[in-house]
Design a binder for this molecule. Structure first.
Ligand SMILES: Cc1cc2nc3c(=O)[nH]c(=O)nc-3n(C[C@H](O)[C@H](O)[C@H](O)COP(=O)(O)O)c2cc1C
Length: 456
């Protein structure tokens, strides 16, 4: 049995269908209300009570329009569409919770760093240091087209640009407004001390930001940094910047391979092997007994929508499987979309040949991660097995029926985790960085972002 506590993130998105196409039709699904703020404040409360360290909200700035050469299947299936802006809901969720962190996704390919730094600092203030940023480079042509470009920036170049983007962000968060700059000293007639505000004077290949940050940083200065790139260039970027990395793989063997690569990469950079926390996707179907959980899963299966699953897969990978022979084997092609999503069913599949049908059925519940089915004891045994075999730090828990399966997690799995002493509880006032890494509120001194820090 592992001694290491299991860290829990919930993996969700402000859409009707996130990872389990078709399940919105299940009678227990509540997603018809996903546009109500109360849906999300209830989710936040549920997760906090269930011992989750954070809620990770995925986001994309485009529509999945690859399958069948259009978006009709996406519309019909509610496949990550319609899509609300996750940043807007965070303060409301923070106001009804005390310890839950919020991982928000924002794209470095389409957002300007100067304004995004202000948005994230605002959220860090409003959440008392409970905001984390999932740094993505994005992978959709539809996003590029609607954001004023002819097509996507090529895959690896997106990451080169993202490296410079991060330099700008570190300068804005760490190097522009010193701690103590905001004095609000009425007697001296000084609100902000000019000696403690610095222009960042950034001039690079992609960005020019000569001036100062628009707002003083929040309790964490730089928000906790999440990343999920899994291609080799994506992994390099993650090693250079991330404090927590998300993976998504169907087998312990595949996930272990990625984990070893990450920990070796950290060591090569002279950092501790555990400097970055690693989470992998898992979908849990739990009930009182193994039989009841299996029955529940069988019932879920009757609600899956394989066409929507292929629309989702097309959006991730840029590969259109409309009209493909269901028994045709999948083949790897390099695209400018999400390279690791396709690789996990082809070049990284350990000799298994995936057909189009297998893929649609697998992706239809829980996306690219495992589905763990059983009683609370069986589920926790399986979570422990994944922890041991993959050397991860925790899970990104996705719900098949939303939000019911998150509530069920809290009702069934959390008590078993607590009974086995596997959950670490949050404390009010603790930042999400401290809760996740145990290293205080700011970036670690050996993180490259800390080198931009100006101190009093
Ligand atoms: C668990 C997980 C969550 C992700 N969430 C998002 C997201 O919200 N938005 C996004 O644009 N990409 C998301 N991605 C995609 C990654 O950021 C990255 O673009 C993807 O893995 C492709 O990069 P790669 O080619 O380096 O693998 C996610 C990936 C994983 C594994």
């Amino acid at each position: 049995m592992t001694q290491k506590p299991i860290q829990l993130n919930a993996f969700d998105m402000m859409v009707p269908v996130h990872q389990s196409p078709g399940l919105w039709r299940h009678p227990e699904s509540g997603v018809a209300d996903f546009t109500r703020l109360s849906y999300w404040t209830n989710v936040a409360r549920t997760l906090e009570e269930a011992g989750f360290a954070s809620l990770f909200l995925a986001d994309i700035p485009g529509v999945y329009d690859v399958y069948g050469g259009g978006a009709d299947a996406t519309y019909r299936g509610g496949v990550q569409f319609p899509l609300l802006d996750p940043l807007v809901a965070i303060p409301a969720m923070a106001a009804v919770t005390q310890t839950l962190g919020f991982g928000v996704t924002a794209s470095v390919t389409y957002e300007q760093p100067y304004l995004l730094a202000r948005t994230l600092s605002t959220l860090d203030h409003f959440t008392d240091g409970r905001v984390a940023w999932n740094i993505v480079t994005s992978y959709q042509d539809s996003a590029a087209r609607n954001l004023g470009m002819q097509g996507q920036i090529p895959h690896d170049e997106r990451y080169d640009r993202a490296d410079e983007y991060m330099e700008v962000m570190y300068k804005l968060f760490e190097g522009s407004i010193e701690p103590g700059a905001v004095r609000a000293d009425a007697e001296a007639n000084v609100f902000v001390d000019p000696a403690k505000v610095h222009d960042i004077e950034h001039s690079g290949a992609f960005f020019s930001v000569p001036g100062q940050a628009l707002t003083a940083p929040g309790p964490q200065r730089t928000p906790l940094l999440f990343q999920a790139g899994s291609s080799s260039r994506g992994q390099q970027f993650a090693l250079d910047h991330a404090e927590a990395i998300f993976l998504s793989g169907g087998t312990t063997k595949l996930v272990r391979r990625w984990v070893d690569g990450i920990r070796d990469g950290l060591e090569e950079r002279g950092r501790p092997r555990d400097a970055v926390k690693i989470f992998t996707l898992a979908t849990i179907v739990v009930a009182d007994t193994d039989e009841e959980a299996q029955q529940r899963f069988d019932e879920y299966r009757r609600h899956v929508d394989t066409e929507s699953a292929l629309a989702l897969f097309g959006g991730w990978t840029g590969v259109d499987l409309a009209g493909a022979e269901p028994d045709a084997p999948l083949e790897y092609v390099a695209t400018d979309a999400n390279q690791s999503a396709l690789a996990s069913f082809t070049t990284l599949s350990d000799g298994t040949t995936w057909t189009v049908r297998d893929l649609a059925e697998f992706v239809a519940i829980g996306g690219r991660g495992p589905v763990i089915i059983g009683s609370p004891a069986t589920v926790v045994d399986e979570l422990e097995r994944w922890m041991q075999e993959t050397d991860i730090d925790g899970f990104n828990v996705s719900a098949a029926v939303r939000p019911a399966d998150l509530e069920r997690f809290g009702r069934f799995v959390t008590p078993e985790l607590r009974r086995r002493g596997l959950l670490t509880e949050g404390e009010a006032g603790q930042t999400v960085r401290d809760r996740t890494l145990g290293s205080g509120p700011w970036l670690a001194d050996d993180h490259q972002g800390a080198s931009y820090r100006v101190s009093p």
